[in-house]
Design a binder for this molecule. Structure first.
Ligand SMILES: *[C@@H]1O[C@H](CO)[C@@H](O)[C@H](O)[C@H]1NC(C)=O
Ligand SMILES: *[C@@H]1O[C@H](CO)[C@@H](O)[C@H](O)[C@H]1NC(C)=O
Ligand SMILES: *[C@@H]1O[C@H](CO)[C@@H](O)[C@H](O)[C@H]1NC(C)=O
Ligand SMILES: *[C@@H]1O[C@H](CO)[C@@H](O)[C@H](O)[C@H]1NC(C)=O
Ligand SMILES: *[C@@H]1O[C@H](CO)[C@@H](O)[C@H](O)[C@H]1NC(C)=O
Ligand SMILES: *[C@@H]1O[C@H](CO)[C@@H](O)[C@H](O)[C@H]1NC(C)=O
Length: 488
């Protein structure tokens, strides 16, 4: 043991120093959205460890869940908390509700060693066209009440209330692709004017979610290269200003809309931007990597857009896949993570924007359930007429989106397809043996059932939370229902 301590200690110190430096340089201006609509969330402390290991210094949440928020305490990670849309009515109705919310979810954590809260998001894309105006009357009053509560708590100068909005709040008449033709959507124009003036006078930014992937998804004629940042598409010429990617064009459409609304210098933050890796023909790892490579280089170069050159602030969407998100926008909705459900990076990604092909650091300490799968029992041919009911049942609770057209498991044989649905249900139900029965149609196997690029996952051990309780209920009901369907 003699004679060794000094040198290694120094090496260690230097290694630590080097790590710190790279951590500080990493992810400058780039934060990440941490959504939790998953059947088996990793422990919040595990996720926070993963954020730290990757030098991610900013997160945006979709609620103020005490477990998640608590895990961020003492890390210095800059945090955007959120009030979900279903609470906007309440927040708008009485100031005291907003005051209470701020006391319980902001002030409580806003202390030394607490959480570095910077924003409170009031709602999430509340004016999305598909909401049919449901939050039209409540969003602005809720915003004002929350900011007033923050002011009253003495933190309003540091913590700003904002409203993350989808880019569908502005557009150009007749789908004119020129940013200069843009303005706020006519059905909410007056309301948007009031909101942006309020935010701006309060020093709060406009938070906008921009999705080049969705532009491509929604239009068969969209030139694919225009969704990325590496040129290759014919530039769009807006009175001498040239656009080579839809992200810049979309961002500058907002700049024009703000100008027309009388707040030309209002600060903009991109609340969500990213590319999914499954659930659509254009959603794969190759495209996601191409998109992020271009985006991150652009951020690192502080290029900005033609109308707003300079540094940009943005939050990647998203951190981890969420197998319980609504698929109403499309099957890709559950596959936005740059990490898999079990905390592994999906592709090389350089958050410094230097374009070096390195892998992000995986989550540490994630435990999987045993290596076993649930598959179709091919000996049960006499019961095959029950298959459609069983498959529908499995897929109504578990995530079968990889089976869809253009997705990672499209092209499986019919039997493999059935096995996929049985397995994903079994895994979602924590590998409970009763979840691999389907009236004798299914059986458990120790042989890895994955097929080529189609992963048959093994779930992780998840913690005793609300989601676990809900799963146990679903399982109890399903055992009764499927039993009845098969044996009646
Ligand atoms: C936030 O504050 C409200 C009001 O006191 C409370 O009902 C709620 O449980 C708190 N937590 C979350 C996650 O909203
Ligand atoms: C909005 O309207 C459409 C068509 O009328 C309907 O299908 C949809 O469920 C409505 N959405 C909401 C959130 O009310
Ligand atoms: C919003 O308020 C208007 C005017 O009072 C009313 O006509 C409309 O039904 C309200 N919308 C909702 C979703 O409550
Ligand atoms: C990813 O999608 C593109 C179409 O957008 C396709 O050309 C390419 O082959 C796909 N890559 C992989 C690895 O599936
Ligand atoms: C596989 O399953 C999906 C979803 O249940 C279904 O849409 C598709 O038609 C199935 N494919 C085959 C080959 O059975
Ligand atoms: C099963 O096989 C797939 C594809 O080869 C692999 O990615 C996965 O890690 C394997 N799962 C287990 C639990 O070994």
């Amino acid at each position: 043991m003699a004679g060794v301590p000094i040198a290694p200690a120094r090496v260690l110190a230097w290694t630590t120093f080097a790590l710190l430096v790279s951590v500080v340089v990493n992810a400058d201006g780039v934060g990440i959205n941490w959504g939790t609509l998953m059947s088996h969330p990793m422990l919040p402390t595990t996720v926070v460890g993963m954020l730290k290991a990757n030098g991610i210094t900013k997160v945006k949440l979709f609620d103020a869940d005490p477990w998640t928020v608590g895990a961020l305490a003492g890390t210095g990670i800059e945090t955007m908390l959120a009030i979900p849309n279903d609470q906007l009515g309440r927040m708008s109705s009485k100031f005291k509700h907003a005051k209470k919310w701020v006391e319980n979810n902001v002030t409580k954590y806003d202390n030394n060693g607490g959480v570095n809260i910077k924003y409170v998001a009031v709602g999430n894309e509340p004016f999305l066209k598909s909401y049919n105006g449901s939050f039209m009357n409540t969003t602005f009053p809720a915003l004002k009440n929350v900011q007033r509560a923050l002011n009253k708590a003495g933190v309003g100068n540091r913590i700003k209330a904002v409203v993350p909005l989808n880019a569908d709040v502005y557009n150009s008449p007749g789908n004119n692709p020129l940013p200069s033709a843009g303005s706020f959507r006519s059905d909410i124009r007056t309301l948007m004017f009031e909101i942006v003036h309020y935010l701006n006078s309060n020093g709060a930014p406009f938070v906008v979610n921009i999705y080049p992937f969705i532009s491509l998804y929604q239009s068969a004629s969209f030139p694919i290269d225009y969704a990325f940042f590496d040129g290759g598409s014919i530039p769009v010429n807006d009175k001498g200003v040239k656009y080579t990617n839809v992200f810049d064009a979309n961002y500058d459409t907002l700049v024009w809309s703000l100008k027309k609304a009388g707040v030309p210098n209002m600060k903009i933050i991109v609340g969500e931007v990213g590319w999914p890796t499954d659930g659509d023909k254009n959603a794969n790892v190759t495209n996601a990597k191409r998109f992020y490579d271009g985006l991150l280089k652009k951020v690192a170069k502080k290029e900005g857009t033609p109308l707003r050159p300079g540094p940009m602030e943005m939050y990647i969407f998203g951190l981890i896949d969420e197998d319980q998100k609504s698929v109403q926008p499309g099957n890709f909705e559950r596959h936005w993570g740059i990490f898999t459900y079990d905390g592994k990076p999906k592709f090389p990604m350089d958050l410094t924007g230097r374009g070096e092909d390195r892998h992000l650091v995986s989550a540490v300490g994630v435990k999987h359930l045993p290596s076993q799968w649930c598959v179709l029992n091919e000996d049960a041919k006499d019961k095959y007429k029950q298959l459609p009911i069983s498959v529908n049942y499995a897929c109504s609770y578990a995530d079968c989106t990889p089976l869809g057209y253009g997705s990672s498991c499209y092209g499986l044989s019919q039997n493999e397809n059935i096995s996929y649905s049985f397995n994903i249900y079994f895994q979602t139900m924590d590998q409970d043996v009763r979840a691999c029965d389907f009236g004798g149609l299914a059986k458990i196997t120790m042989k890895n059932a994955s097929q080529g690029s189609c992963l048959f996952p093994v779930q992780i051990v998840s913690t005793g939370d609300k989601a676990a309780v809900a799963r146990i209920l679903v399982l109890a009901v399903s055992v009764l229902m499927i039993g009845a369907m098969v044996f009646v």
